[in-house]
Design a protein around this ligand. Structure first.
Ligand SMILES: [Zn+2]
Ligand SMILES: [Zn+2]
Length: 320
């Protein structure tokens, strides 16, 4: 392959873009056979084997494509999967957020349901005591109906500019939207039945999440302690959003780190395993992510939040 400074753009790049469009995300390991096949099709008398495709070759393709597609508001971005640690490359729309893109294939009521599921992930199940940022199917399906339908009706009596209330989905409609969110690559479904945002959704929604959930409770909050909890936090090492990882033992401290980034953080601190913000020892750091639901269940001091039998079963299950 050419390793001249200027990345060229030919039919192999177009074919690679096509495969990226079809699959939304790709890892280097997945890209190797794809690029080998594309190059072999280009020069059949000089076949390329998957193992001939180097990381540098792959990155040349990504760079060349980015140069071309930026004019169309697209960019190939990459992030580490928070659990598998693999680097995931995704074709990201740089101007419209994921919710806008979902609107092209889903009805407004379905989008409103997805928004309520996101509220459940990033508000209801993302508190100072437990940053779960994931929901079980049961919890997600509770969002099928707008929680404040009654409230909306009452408010619309006194107020003129109330947004049109969204209609409730039936349980089976909500279930199928949830499944589509997984199929379309926005949500991931864990082995223990939790839905969370995929790496691609986190890349696409980064700005939207910060904008939507960060300023909760600012001026019009009267309960200071509760509302000081900043909803979206970033890794002290890689600066990406943390929805799965570790948090400072001081629950009021905002320091977070991905599990796979912890080693880099200690290295950058000269080997000191302490919180980069408050300097407390980083020992038995509480989990961020679905593990936090189970830790929270164990540490729960009051039973205000009723847990369903299936939640109970999940909380009993031990993690690796
Ligand atoms: Zn990180
Ligand atoms: Zn701290």
């Amino acid at each position: 392959m050419s390793d001249q400074g200027d990345p060229t753009y030919d039919n192999t790049h177009r074919a690679f873009l096509q495969s990226l469009l079809a699959r939304q995300t790709i890892t280097f390991a997945e890209a190797k056979p794809v690029l080998a096949a594309i190059q072999t099709a280009q020069t059949p008398n000089r076949p390329t084997l998957p193992e001939d495709v180097s990381q540098a070759d792959f990155e040349h393709y990504v760079d060349a494509l980015n140069t071309q597609i930026s004019a169309y508001d697209f960019e190939i971005r990459s992030t580490h999967h928070q659990i598998s640690k693999e680097r995931i490359y995704a074709l990201v729309n740089t101007t419209s957020d994921a919710l806008t893109q979902m609107a092209t294939v889903h009805t407004p009521d379905e989008i409103a349901f997805v928004k309520r599921v996101l509220d459940a992930m990033f508000e209801t199940y993302n508190t100072q005591a437990a940053e779960v940022m994931a929901v079980t199917s049961m919890q997600a399906l509770k969002c099928a109906r707008p929680p404040n339908a009654e409230q909306q009706r009452r408010d619309s009596g006194n107020q003129t500019q109330v947004a049109a209330p969204s209609a409730a989905l039936t349980g089976s409609q909500a279930q199928s939207v949830l499944e589509l969110m997984v199929q379309e690559g926005w949500f991931e479904l864990s082995a223990k039945g939790y839905h969370s945002l995929s790496p691609r959704a986190l890349m696409e929604l980064r700005g939207w999440l910060v904008e939507t959930y960060h300023d909760q409770g600012g001026e019009d909050s009267d309960d200071e302690d509760e509302d000081e909890h900043v909803k979206i936090k970033f890794c002290a090492a890689c600066r990406e959003i943390v929805t799965v990882g570790q948090r400072c033992t001081d629950l009021g401290c905002s320091a977070r780190v991905h599990n796979h980034c912890a080693r880099n953080l200690w290295r950058s601190q000269g080997g000191k395993e302490e919180c980069p913000t408050c300097k407390k020892a980083w020992i038995d750091a509480p989990a961020v992510g679905e593990k936090a639901a189970r830790q929270g269940a164990r540490q729960a001091t009051n039973g205000r939040m009723r847990r369903s039998p299936s939640d109970e079963a999940q909380s009993g299950a031990e993690e690796d």
